[in-house]
Design a protein around this ligand. Structure first.
Ligand code: CP
Length: 304
């Protein structure tokens, strides 16, 4: 299926071939991520962020500008007519009439799917609640592919809040397109939701649930860490119970493979110690930087 005019709501809607095409395009875009191409001159991207963001919003905006396009939008509902009671549907209808594509982040699961049903223009999901963050998963998979030269055959540990982290849901669904062994490392309370496990099982992804990273660390090629998603907990007492329950430090990584890479979608809080930054394993800032060429590739495939 062609990328042109496509919504990006869930990574489930994409094939391995689609992702490989995106990776090849992203590799080309790396040469232009500090320059300027006029591929999208005259096009306008609307960014509708109802939740906070640093990387996703600013890398989309940078990508659009590097491609010669323009950006409109907001970084919180504050200051928009949502404060006067305007519905999501009407807000999206307005953006649809102003822009050629819409990037949306919203706390409600399913908000991007709903926006895609309302809008004629392509809608890109930049995170809906604890559900999906497909462009982050594309970025995570690209980073693995770019640094390791492949995704197949790797042992990937995913550690932390696997229940509420939308990046984990989407990454697992993306990994299911490849032949990898996955280790899901978390306190019992933060294990992935059953719906995600059912999906990856149905796609044949091999995984094991573990409580301690030490059980598998020496065998891993990739360790993907996520913070505890405090903002998603309904009960603050539950958050207090799991807070600080895991942390990766440089000392812990001494037993890891030489070429283990540590990834993190960021922001980090206290689960990834800054001592890791100086190790050969730290790849998370490079991962975040690839966000610009990846989103340049995505926008150019969808809009040009
Ligand atoms: N990785 C990610 O989604 O970061 P932001 O919340 O800063 O966009």
């Amino acid at each position: 299926m062609s990328w042109r005019g496509r919504d990006v709501v869930s990574i489930r809607d994409f094939t391995r071939r689609d992702l490989e095409e995106l990776f090849d395009k992203t590799r080309q875009m790396e040469a232009h991520a500090r320059g300027r191409l006029d591929l999208l001159k005259g096009k306008i991207l609307a960014v509708a962020f109802f939740e906070p963001s640093t990387r996703t919003r600013l890398s989309f905006e940078t990508a659009m500008k590097r491609l010669g396009g323009d950006v409109i939008g907001f970084s919180s509902a504050e200051g928009t007519s949502v404060e006067k009671g305007e519905t999501l549907a009407d807000t999206i209808r307005m953006l649809d009439s102003y822009a050629d594509a819409i990037v949306i982040r919203h706390r409600a699961e399913g908000a991007a799917k709903f926006a895609a049903e309302v809008a004629e223009a392509p809608v890109i999901n930049a995170g809906d609640g604890a559900f999906n963050h497909p462009t982050q998963a594309m970025l995570d998979l690209y980073t693995i592919w770019r640094i390791k030269g492949r995704v197949d055959g790797l042992r990937v540990g995913i550690m932390g809040d696997l229940k509420y982290a939308r990046t984990v849901n989407s990454l697992l669904e993306g990994l299911a397109l490849f032949d990898v062994d996955v280790y899901l490392i978390s306190p019992e309370f933060l294990r992935p939701r059953q719906e995600t496990l059912d999906y990856i099982e149905s796609r044949g992804l091999k995984y094991k649930l573990l409580a301690k990273v030490e059980e598998i660390l020496p065998d891993l090629d990739v360790l993907y860490v996520v913070r505890i998603q405090k903002e998603r907990f309904l009960d603050p007492l539950e958050y207090e119970r799991v807070k600080g329950s895991y942390k990766v430090t440089a000392h812990m990584l001494k037993g890891a493979k030489e070429d283990l890479i540590v990834l993190h979608p960021l922001p980090r809080v206290d689960e990834l110690d800054p001592s890791v930054d100086k190790t050969r394993h730290a790849a998370y800032f490079k991962q975040a930087a690839y966000g610009v060429p990846l989103r340049m590739a995505l926008l150019s495939l969808i809009l040009s």
